[in-house]
Design a protein around this ligand. Structure first.
Ligand code: DX5
Ligand code: ZN
Length: 225
């Protein structure tokens, strides 16, 4: 049985305080932080890129301030040319590189490129993309991401209609990390957990919670139980 991994999306944080926001999330018990990189081409929004990730890595070093805690940077690359940014994201301190299936001509070559730069490799599919495209790739992936909103913006409504994709993947790959991203919170986590998702991205619901630590724990318990 795969374990819950909770990955707050810093897109919902205060961009003037990103380092503090990351610290806050790790202190609140998050497993990863989810970093949404958008280029204004693949999606109609621009967020941040390698220089910001590099600064965040300095603020939140691997091994953590206490020398024990991990600080895993889950980089969701919503970019038109995912091959281009692999070396820079690796150098900046990314731990996992999630590219979009729709953005590349040769997903398997990209997976190999990502791994050769020492990062974990993951592949995302947009709501309109069939889950079938992931099957030839699955054995090479560290994670699959089933988008539950159209990528580009935080705070959108969770698409429950994506859950059959998650259930299909889970049935075929009992031990795979399956991530869902978009609109996850207290109301929508039951559907995602039942379908078999274990890696939960949550922006708005965690950052806007009165007690982020409590929300992180709530999401985790709902996946693990
Ligand atoms: C959307 C991003 C998501 C987003 C999730 O394109 O990939 O990571 O930040 O935010 P919420 O949880 O607010 O839907
Ligand atoms: Zn994302």
């Amino acid at each position: 049985m795969v374990k819950a991994i909770i990955a707050p999306s810093i897109l919902a944080g205060d961009f003037a305080e990103l380092g503090c926001e990351c610290h806050k999330m790790f202190k609140s018990g998050s497993d990863w932080v989810h970093i949404d990189v958008m280029d204004g081409h693949f999606v109609p929004n621009i967020t941040l890129g390698p220089p910001v990730i590099q600064s965040l890595r300095k603020a939140v070093p691997r091994g953590g301030a206490d020398g024990k805690s991990a600080s895993f940077f889950d980089c969701h690359m919503m970019v038109a040319n995912p091959e281009q940014w692999v070396p820079e994201i690796a150098k900046a301190g990314g731990d996992q590189y999630t590219f979009h299936y729709e953005a590349t001509k040769d997903p398997l070559a990209l997976v190999k490129l990502i791994k050769s730069h020492g990062m974990k490799a993951a592949c995302a599919i947009k709501p309109g993309t069939s889950v079938d495209v992931l099957y030839p790739l699955a054995e090479h992936l560290d994670m699959a991401l089933v988008m539950t909103v159209e990528p580009g913006f935080g705070g959108q409504k969770f698409m429950a209609s994506m859950m059959p994709k998650v259930a299909d993947l889970r049935a075929k790959y009992p031990n795979m990390n399956i991530q869902v991203d978009g609109g996850l919170g207290a109301d929508t986590i039951p559907a995602a957990a039942e379908a078999g998702a274990n890696v939960i991205v949550a922006g708005t619901s965690v950052f806007k919670a009165t007690d982020p630590a409590e929300m992180i724990q709530f999401l985790r318990d709902r996946v693990n139980n």
